[in-house]
Design a protein around this ligand. Structure first.
Ligand SMILES: Nc1ncnc2c1ncn2[C@@H]1O[C@H](COP(=O)(O)OP(=O)(O)O)[C@@H](O)[C@H]1O
Ligand SMILES: [Mg+2]
Length: 255
């Protein structure tokens, strides 16, 4: 089943040594089922905070996050998360990393292994089940992280600059693989990125955030048909628009 996600007037403040820090200020966005939404904005504007709130790893100071008409409370297998830094368990094999989320449920070992193997195959790592993270390249580790996130069958996949640490070629390959997984599984994806190119290649819509406290300046749909060409005229035009919106925000930060 596909879920509708609504972020309504979400504010998040942190207590710090220098006093109260507002990371998000009455943030609003709705995400349609199966939508690929990219979130882009200046560093420190609250993107990771927003994803952590949606994942249920932290709570809003005010406002609500609504999933299928119900206010969201805490983490759930409904939402899977992929972080920028390789967050695999170093002492577990690829297979055991992917079964992790399934172990939290009452599911037999055979069933866990069956599902994990399917997910490993989906990210193109068949044959690597028994390897350890230190034996894998950066791109392979992120494939494992994606397999681990989708194994419990979340309807929403939250990705926080997941391809930020890999080289450009691997990044392109991972983007293409992710689009294939998205098209096959129809998941809703919220994808934070620093890269305008990445957003234009991946997203149905791009949410552009203001500098901290983070708010939405624009949420723009990308009407370019898929499969997209990275260097098409339309892609370039959209990239220019995004860069312009972002530079307006950067100039505000410097004021
Ligand atoms: N746990 C925390 N305690 C205090 N401040 C935090 C905490 N988490 C994030 N922040 C601050 O909130 C702001 C937004 O952070 P973050 O969401 O990580 O930004 P982004 O991911 O957009 O770069 C930053 O100023 C950051 O220092
Ligand atoms: Mg971040």
């Amino acid at each position: 089943m596909n879920h509708k996600l609504e972020i309504r007037d979400v504010t998040k403040t942190f207590e710090t040594e220098e006093g109260e820090l507002m990371a998000l200020d009455r943030f609003n966005v709705g995400v349609k089922p199966s939508e690929f939404l990219c979130i882009i904005g200046p560093s420190g504007c609250g993107k990771s905070t927003l994803l952590r709130l949606i994942a249920g790893l932290d709570e809003p100071s005010s406002g609500t996050i609504i999933l299928d008409g119900k206010e969201l409370k805490g983490p759930s297998p409904d939402r899977g998360m992929v972080f920028q830094e390789y967050s695999l368990f170093p002492w577990r094999t690829v297979l055991k990393n992917v079964t992790f989320g399934l172990e939290l449920r009452k599911m037999g070992k055979q069933e866990r292994y069956r599902i994990a193997k399917e997910c490993i195959e989906l990210v193109g790592l068949k044959g690597f089940e028994n390897m350890y993270p230190y034996e894998l390249s950066g791109g392979m580790k992120q494939r494992v992280a994606i397999a681990r996130a989708i194994a419990p069958e979340p309807s929403i996949l939250l990705m926080d600059e997941p391809f930020g640490s890999v080289d450009a070629q691997t990044r392109n390959a991972l983007q293409e693989e992710l689009l294939e997984i998205w098209q096959r599984t129809k998941k809703t994806i919220l994808f934070v990125t620093h890269s305008v190119d990445e957003a234009v290649y991946l997203a149905d819509r791009v949410a552009v955030m203001t500098a901290r406290p983070g708010n939405l300046i624009k949420c723009a749909g990308i009407d370019i048909p898929r499969p997209r060409k990275r260097t098409s005229v339309e892609a370039n035009e959209f990239r220019e628009k995004l860069l312009m919106w972002l530079s307006l925000e950067r100039s505000k930060v410097q004021d």
